[in-house]
Design a protein around this ligand. Structure first.
Ligand SMILES: [Zn+2]
Length: 212
């Protein structure tokens, strides 16, 4: 120990060069068994095991969301107001809370971060308003712990919406702006999964000739 297991990112433009940091960080977090305090622990991928008392801890992937809000020919980007990636561009969204489904998790994040949610006509299910178009894994470092996430990306159409229709959460977001997808440089985005999502959105837009 420590056992370093290299995780190879499938994304050729991935900015993270040390993908085994997740596993190393986990062992640093747990130098002793959380149950019996033995140092005789092992780590395999996302599973910590104690060889003395049999204690097992899984650090499973966390579900998270991102949303492409489309207004006419533009999409909404926000400037991150906190670490990680302070000052970089991002999509609204966030972690899904325990006991929450992914659609309502995203709806809550939109309300919290932007003070806004899409109109939901009576009888129309949320799945027809927030439309899944891509999903990518990500790693999210926060306060000395690196989380594995499964990010799911949705589109929502909101014609006529402007920056003035939002009330942004100041602790999380510095500013927001509507941008034409062709004007987004993916290198300005905060996370690998978000870069891949924007690229997927652009490809989807070209392939399907959707209205953005
Ligand atoms: Zn133990």
């Amino acid at each position: 120990m420590p056992i370093a297991i290299t995780f190879v990112c499938a994304y050729s433009k991935c900015a993270f060069t040390n993908h085994d940091s997740y596993n190393i960080m986990t062992l640093v977090m747990f130098q002793y068994c959380p149950s019996c305090a033995s140092k005789n622990i092992t780590l395999k991928v996302n599973k910590l095991s104690c060889l003395d008392c049999g204690f097992v801890l899984y650090q499973n992937t966390a579900a998270a969301t991102g949303c492409v809000i489309q207004s006419d020919d533009k999409v909404l980007l926000l400037v991150r107001g906190k670490e990680p990636s302070l000052g970089k561009l991002d999509l609204p969204g966030g972690f899904v809370d325990p006991g929450e489904d992914v659609l309502n998790g995203l709806l809550r994040e939109l309300r919290e971060e932007l003070g806004w949610q899409p109109p939901i006509p009576p009888g129309v299910p949320l799945v027809e308003i927030l439309k899944l178009f891509a999903s990518f894994p990500n790693i999210y470092p926060y306060k000395n712990i690196v989380y594995n996430t499964c990010d799911m990306f949705f589109t929502v159409s909101a014609p006529g919406l402007t920056e003035n229709d939002f009330r942004i959460e100041a602790e999380e977001i510095s500013s927001i702006r509507f941008v034409h997808p062709d004007d987004i440089d993916v290198e300005d985005l905060a996370f690998d999964s978000t870069r891949r999502a924007i690229e997927a959105f652009k490809e989807l837009r070209e392939r399907k000739s959707i209205s953005v």
